[in-house]
Ligand binder design. Structure first.
Ligand code: AMP
Length: 394
């Protein structure tokens, strides 16, 4: 099956060719026909399946025939990175269409966004908070939107964006085509679907998709030996780009420093960074100058870099969904990847839950020559007497 079967306009086919796409991915095969017919669609698929192009291509086709200079399609994204990447996909696939898109997110000044909005765009890819800022200031006009995409809906709800989304929906006046993409279908998402979508067609890509192209390995280790083990694992493994997950921003920052000292070009991606530094970290990771990126779950949302060969869970994720999302960063279309997870004795129940999702027991691997018995260092802060701590706080 090729892209010819969808009868896209030649300017869109030129974009598909420029990106080197030859055959549509399963989600594209299933979702593009109903979207082209104007139906509402629920896409149950995670990142890495080609879901972005599944809605970008039909939207470009639809907008080609429409009026220019006013927003006809709105895509709501949970994070800046995902918004930026979706905006880039519109730019890449639509490079010969003359259609213009804007990415709207917080953490950067509003003026540039306002200027671009005034200059006239047909597509807006927006995070909810900043979009509402523009709505309240009257700097964005959504009255012509007749295609809406709610992307990564489950993550949007996890991040508490539901009220914002409801407020945005109130500003959409026209009858419209609505698409909702989500990796999972928790009750909140199901309720929104019932309220907002009309007779939707559901297209689903099995949750096992990443598992088939990703191998899973557990590394049992004590908490205090994780960094030393990670450095040894990196030394003994042939890798392309490596994405490491930690539980907190602070741990991401500190681990990145330690890996950098150990000689790996490393950056951290976490909520404490300015937008400029986030973009620099992502650009470095994408162009290969940063080999290892240490990230938190929220910060890593939407990272779309094909060269990620390894995802390493330095800290165990807090849900099987988070595990699925993390490992979805490797083994992307037509690639294989490896997922390594460091497990301590406290992670036993999560290991069992992951095994259930995978329908398999991942290999437990120990690294030859690594000293697993090394004692925990005595932390100076940990043993500081209470009185001294209080005096310092005064
Ligand atoms: P997504 O699931 O939208 O995050 O896409 C994951 C990756 O797959 C992106 O790097 C896309 O550029 C790539 N991709 C999307 N569709 C295709 C296709 N038909 N053939 C090859 N790569 C694709």
């Amino acid at each position: 099956m090729s892209f010819q079967t969808f009868n896209f306009h030649s300017s869109i086919m030129a974009g598909i060719q420029a990106l080197g796409y030859v055959t549509p991915t399963p989600i594209q095969l299933k979702a593009i026909p109903p979207i082209m017919q104007g139906q509402d669609v629920i896409g149950l698929a995670q990142t890495g399946t080609g879901k972005t192009a599944a809605f970008v291509l039909p939207i470009l086709q639809r907008l080609l025939k429409g009026p220019r200079g006013r927003i006809g399609a709105l895509i709501i994204s949970p994070t800046r990175e995902l918004a930026e990447q979706t905006h880039e996909t519109f730019g890449d696939l639509g490079q010969k269409t003359g259609l213009k898109s804007i990415a709207i997110y917080g953490g950067v000044g509003m003026d540039q966004q306002i200027r671009k909005l005034r200059s006239g765009v047909e597509i807006a890819v927006a995070c909810p908070g900043r979009l509402l800022d523009h709505i309240w200031r009257g700097t964005v006009d959504l009255s012509f939107v007749d295609v809406l995409v709610i992307d990564e809906a489950d993550r949007m709800f996890d991040m508490g964006f539901l009220p914002d989304i409801r407020n945005i929906l109130k500003c959409l006046l026209r009858p419209r085509q609505t698409m909702l993409f989500s990796a999972t279908m928790p009750d909140d998402v199901r309720r929104l679907v019932q309220e907002v979508l009309h007779n939707p067609v559901t297209v689903q890509i099995g949750r096992s998709a990443p598992a088939t192209s990703v191998s899973h390995t557990l590394y049992p280790v004590k908490q205090h030996l994780k960094t030393a083990l990670l450095i040894e694992v990196l030394r003994h493994t042939e890798t392309d780009s490596v994405l490491v997950f930690t539980r907190t921003k602070y741990r991401a920052e500190r681990l990145a420093e330690q890996l950098d000292k150990a000689g790996y070009n490393t950056a951290s991606l976490q909520g404490n960074l300015s937008q400029y530094r986030r973009q620099a970290a992502l650009d470095g990771f994408r162009n290969g100058s940063v080999k290892v990126l240490v990230a938190t779950d929220v910060a890593a949302r939407g990272i779309d870099i094909l060269s990620i060969s390894h995802v390493i869970n330095y800290d165990m994720p807090d849900s099987t969904d988070a595990y699925t999302h993390r490992i979805g960063r490797t083994g992307r279309v037509d690639k294989t990847g490896e997922a390594f997870t460091f497990v301590t004795s406290e992670d036993a129940s999560m290991v069992r839950a992951i095994e259930q999702v995978l329908h398999a027991k991942p290999e437990r691997r120990t690294l030859q020559g690594f000293d697993y018995t090394s004692p925990a260092p005595v932390s100076s802060g940990f043993f500081r007497p209470q009185r001294q701590l209080r005096r310092r706080a005064v």
